[in-house]
Write a protein that binds this ligand. Structure first.
Ligand SMILES: Nc1ncnc2c1ncn2[C@@H]1O[C@H](COP(=O)(O)OP(=O)(O)OP(=O)(O)O)[C@@H](O)[C@H]1O
Ligand SMILES: [Mg+2]
Length: 303
């Protein structure tokens, strides 16, 4: 391994290097083996996420967003997906070394899935499922300590009466509550990076805003990096430090949330913007005063 290939090596050598990104993706290509032949779903994307940052990939259905996210997590089956390029999670290249991927997944990096209604088993209590994850992440904990950790996690995601919720079954909780449980599960390994693939698209708008607020609040408290996947520019505008606009497996435009939403350069980005219903002042014009719905402020806006 060369010194330039790893921030860790540079750090060990005492070089006052810039902080190592939580995630560094370089020229990622992903080919999927389908019944109709090989599809290049991701065609050479590069991006970085640093501590405390939210980077969003936005694009139409089929543009390759989820494939990118699943590639970063190394959750695509080896016989159906061919990956090249490099994906470094805290310096470990999960493409060159699939074992590194298994090691970082759930610890350095966690997934918040799209549909909270189907992500949990309907036949086990919320507590049983959360405790399983807690014990997987901290095998040394005894029963009482694991339970107390589970209560702490539910408290962290602002679930009231956490002891009672542990005994509940998924069908007894609302979609927003279930998504909070899934975020708690993602937090169990104290990840430095969360990958959230459309985490609010199955929820209604007011609940959406609460979940986005929660993610930003957790980020402010812990410095966790977030890779956000969405097709919704309203969501992207609210949470993002940087946005990459994806089309046919490539990034066609990248910039800050203000640049992409306020002054898009590409026609494709403009067409995404025009597809956003009238949700707030970013719809057609950059935010300037007023009270946008459904969410109050974009990331970095003064409180
Ligand atoms: N399991 C699969 N079998 C065949 N093709 C697939 C499969 N999954 C994805 N693809 C193809 O890969 C490309 C990228 O799909 P991907 O799911 O990453 O898009 P996406 O941007 O996440 O879309 P969506 O917004 O609908 O979730 C598409 O052309 C899609 O048809
Ligand atoms: Mg998707």
């Amino acid at each position: 391994m060369s010194a330039t290939a790893s921030g860790t090596v540079a750090a060990e050598a005492g070089t006052p290097a810039a902080p190592q990104p939580l995630l560094s993706v370089t020229d990622l290509q992903i080919e999927l083996v389908t019944d109709n032949g090989v599809v290049r779903a991701v065609d050479g994307v590069s991006f970085e996420i640093h501590r405390g940052e939210t980077v969003t990939i936005i694009g139409e259905s089929g543009s390759g967003k989820s494939t990118t996210a699943m590639g970063v997590l190394r959750l695509l089956p080896d016989d159906l997906a061919v990956l090249s390029g490099s994906v470094r999670v805290q310096g470990h290249d999960v493409i060159a070394d699939p074992r590194a991927a298994a090691k970082v997944r759930g610890r350095a990096v966690s997934l918040v899935p799209q549909d909270p209604m189907t992500a949990l088993s309907p036949v086990h209590s919320v507590g049983a499922q959360l405790l399983e994850v807690v014990r997987l992440r901290r095998p040394g904990l005894d029963r009482a300590a694991a339970r107390s950790r589970a209560v702490d996690l539910l408290t962290q995601v602002r679930i009231p009466e956490p002891e009672r919720r542990l005994r509940a079954y998924p069908h007894q909780l609302s979609g927003g509550m279930l998504q909070r449980v899934l975020i708690a599960m993602a937090l169990a390994g104290e990840p430095s990076l969360i990958v959230a693939d459309e985490p609010t698209s199955a929820l209604d708008v007011t609940v959406q805003a609460g979940i986005l607020d929660l993610l930003l609040e957790l980020q402010a408290g812990t410095g966790v990096g977030i890779l956000m996947i969405t097709h919704d520019l309203g969501v992207a505008r609210v949470v993002s430090d940087r946005i990459h606009v994806m089309r046919d497996g490539r990034f066609v435009e990248s910039g800050t949330a203000e640049q992409i939403v306020g002054a898009p350069v590409e026609d494709y980005t403009r067409s995404l913007l025009s597809a956003v219903p009238s949700l707030g002042p970013w719809d057609g014009a950059p935010a300037a005063g007023g009270s946008p719905a459904p969410h109050a402020a974009a990331k970095g806006d003064p409180a």
